[in-house]
Design a protein. Structure first.
Length: 210
């Protein structure tokens, strides 16, 4: 089966169409993992590409993500039956004293669309919470977000907490948010910095395979 129609439905942000195509593909005997990789993930890759090139913006991405998630919800029980594991576990949260979550939510959805199991810690997340969740879920990726210059410095405390616990070498730590830069990420010892949600999901996959 050619999944062009499914990818186009994701680009159009049509949850109804995505649902119908995914259901029909399963009924025709298509493998759920193939629908996920060839349809949903590739569709989100195209969305990410357009977003990176400023051809579409956050509202359009959110609509596409919602459409993709509709398809993902239909596939999840089928993937579980076939014992298809996620590519990895990612813990994500906005750091302590920061209550902004739009960017964080967007990255979480893009990660899920790329095949990650996402543990969303929410906002105002302490170093102890990041560490505890990473250990509990055996996460390989930890993503931190901050939208304030006053809260971004807390990211270093989180990284120091992972070091003090001896768990730093077991995870890749990614950071993002409006006031951040690659220079800041390097200074605090993060593994990666990305400026948008699409490249964050792509970079997380790369880090996982390093």
């Amino acid at each position: 089966m050619d999944f062009t129609e499914l990818r186009e439905a994701i680009l159009d942000g049509s949850a109804k169409q995505v649902s119908a195509i995914v259901t029909s593909a399963l009924e025709k005997g298509e493998l759920p993992e193939k629908i996920l990789s060839e349809g949903l993930i590739k569709g989100m890759d195209e969305v990410g590409e357009l977003f990176s090139n400023n051809e579409i913006y956050v509202p359009e991405v959110l609509i596409s993500v919602r459409a993709m998630k509709t398809g993902l919800e239909i596939l999840k029980p089928q993937l579980a039956l076939r014992d298809i594991k996620p590519v990895g576990v990612a813990v994500i949260g906005t750091v302590k004293d920061d209550l902004h979550d739009i960017g964080k939510n967007l990255v979480a959805m893009m990660l899920e669309g790329t095949g990650f199991e996402v543990i969303d810690a929410g906002v105002n997340v302490s170093a102890e919470q990041f560490l505890s969740l990473a250990k509990e879920h055996n996460a390989k990726i930890v993503c931190m977000s901050a939208l304030l210059t006053t809260t971004m410095s807390y990211m270093k405390e989180v990284i120091e907490a992972f070091k003090a616990d001896g768990y730093r070498d077991k995870v890749k730590i990614m950071v993002g948010g409006a006031p951040l830069s690659q220079k800041f990420a390097d200074e605090i010892g993060a593994d990666a910095y990305t400026s948008d949600a699409a490249s964050a999901a792509k970079r997380a996959l790369e880090l996982l395979n390093e």
